[in-house]
Design a protein around this ligand. Structure first.
Ligand SMILES: Nc1ncnc2c1ncn2[C@@H]1O[C@H](COP(=O)(O)OP(=O)(O)OP(=O)(O)O)[C@@H](O)[C@H]1O
Ligand SMILES: [Mg+2]
Length: 342
C-alpha cells in the first residue's frame, strides 16, 4: 500500500482538520488504497549534495493575502503536484470573480461594488465616484462574523464621511480611557456623527472589532441586496458538497447571518435549494474555488453568493459531514500527488 505524508501550513486552517483523523487509509477511486498521515509542522531543507528534504510529500498551504513570504520562495521549489495552495482572498476580489462569472448562470444576482486602490480617495467626498447610490454596505476586506460592516444610504451619508467617522472612533479607542466606554456608548458616539448608519458586528465580540478592523484593513463598498429571504452555508470539496441553513439575526437594524449559528447541524434536503446550490458550486469551481465554504443567499428573484473562503467554516455542523468534506479534500490532494508521481 502507498503511504503519503500531508502537511498543512497555516494554523488557523489546520485547526479545522482537528475533526479528521491524523492517520488513516483512504480508498482513492483512481489509485486504490492509500495510507495517509497528516501533520501541521511542515519543514524543508536543502540537502548538502543537492535536492530538497521535506517532512512531507504534499503541502497544503492557505496563505493570507500579503502574508510574509518568508519561506515562500523555498516552498516554490517543490514539484507542482506536491504543493496545494489556495489563497485566502479579499472580499473585493471575490466580488469581482463572482460578478464576472455569475451572469452566465440563471437567476444569479451580481452585487455592484466599488473599490479604489488609492487610499487618499477613500476619505474624500466624491472619492468613490458619482455612480454610487442607494443602500450600500461598507466592508472590511477581511472581516468575519459580520464584524467590520456598516450599512447606510448614500443620500444620508457619503462613504467618505462614514469612513472618517469610523477612523475617528478607532483613534479614540487607542486613547487611554480611565473608564472604558461600553459598547453601547461607542455606538452612541458613532451615531452622534453619522446617525443614520446600521452597524454590523458580532454580538459576542462587539463593536470594537468593527471599528478597529475597518480602520486597519482595507475597505470596499457593495450594494445592499434587498429581499434576502434565506441564507445558507455551502461546504465543498472536489466532487462533494453539503448545504446548511443559516439563521439571520437583526443587529442594529442590519439583518445578517453572522458566523455559523443556528440550523447548521444537518444539511438541508429541499430540492429547490439544492438545485440552486449545485449551480453555485459549479460557479465557484469555475472561479477556482474547489474547497472550503461559501455563503449563499436566496431572494424572490434569484440567488447569489456573499463570499467564499478556503476555510471550512463549519462551526455547528455535525462532525460526520465536515469530516466527509475534509476527507474529500485529502483524497483529492492524494490523487493529484499520485498522478504527478507517474
Ligand atoms: N451586500 C449585502 N446585502 C445584504 N446583506 C448583506 C450584504 N453583505 C453582507 N450581508 C449580510 O451580512 C452577512 C455577513 O456578510 P459576509 O459574509 O460578507 O461577511 P463575514 O463577516 O465574512 O461573514 P461570516 O464570517 O459570518 O460568514 C451576510 O451573510 C448577510 O447576511
Ligand atoms: Mg459570510
Amino acid at each position: 500500500m502507498k503511504r503519503i505524508v500531508i502537511a498543512i501550513k497555516n494554523s488557523e486552517f489546520s485547526n479545522q482538520f482537528a475533526l479528521n483523523d491524523f492517520h488513516g487509509v483512504i480508498n482513492n477511486p483512481k489509485h486504490g488504497k492509500v495510507e495517509y498521515f497528516i501533520h501541521r509542522n511542515p519543514m524543508m531543507k536543502i540537502s548538502p549534495v543537492g535536492g530538497l528534504k521535506s517532512n512531507f510529500d504534499v503541502l497544503i498551504d492557505n496563505p493570507y493575502p500579503g502574508e510574509s513570504t518568508e519561506g515562500a520562495d523555498f516552498i516554490s521549489l517543490l514539484k507542482p503536484h506536491q504543493l496545494f495552495t489556495n489563497k485566502r482572498e479579499a472580499k473585493s476580489i471575490m466580488r469581482h470573480r463572482l460578478n464576472s462569472i455569475g451572469p452566465y448562470y440563471k437567476g444569479f444576482t451580481p452585487i455592484p461594488a466599488w473599490k479604489t486602490t488609492d487610499p487618499l480617495l477613500l476619505g474624500q467626498s466624491g472619492g468613490w465616484g458619482n455612480d454610487i447610490s442607494g443602500m450600500v454596505v461598507l466592508k472590511d476586506e477581511h472581516g468575519a462574523r459580520g464584524a467590520g460592516q456598516v450599512m447606510f444610504e448614500v443620500s444620508n451619508h457619503s462613504p467618505a464621511c462614514v469612513i472618517r467617522a469610523i477612523k475617528d472612533q478607532a483613534e479614540k479607542l487607542h486613547e487611554l480611557e480611565e473608564n472604558p466606554r461600553t459598547d453601547q456608548e461607542i455606538i452612541d458616539d458613532i451615531k452622534k456623527v453619522i446617525p443614520k448608519v446600521n452597524l454590523g458586528y458580532d454580538l459576542n465580540v462587539g463593536i470594537r472589532e468593527t471599528v478597529t478592523k475597518l480602520s486597519t484593513n482595507g475597505t470596499y463598498i457593495e450594494q445592499f441586496v434587498p429581499g434576502v429571504k434565506e441564507e445558507f452555508r455551502i461546504l465543498l470539496c472536489p466532487g462533494n458538497h453539503y448545504v446548511f441553513s443559516r439563521e439571520i439575526e437583526n443587529v442594529d437594524g442590519y439583518k445578517q447571518a453572522c458566523g455559523s449559528k443556528g440550523g447548521m447541524r444537518k444539511p438541508v434536503t429541499d430540492p429547490r435549494v439544492l438545485a440552486v446550490a449545485a449551480d453555485a458550486v459549479e460557479l465557484l469551481n469555475k472561479a477556482g474555488v474547489i474547497y472550503g465554504s461559501a455563503d449563499l443567499f436566496v431572494t424572490d428573484e434569484g440567488w447569489g453568493i456573499f463570499e467564499y473562503s478556503s476555510q471550512f467554516a463549519a462551526n455547528g455542523v455535525a462532525s460526520e459531514y465536515s469530516r466527509e468534506i475534509q476527507t474529500g479534500l485529502i483524497n483529492h490532494v492524494i490523487e493529484k500527488f499520485l498522478d504527478g508521481e507517474k
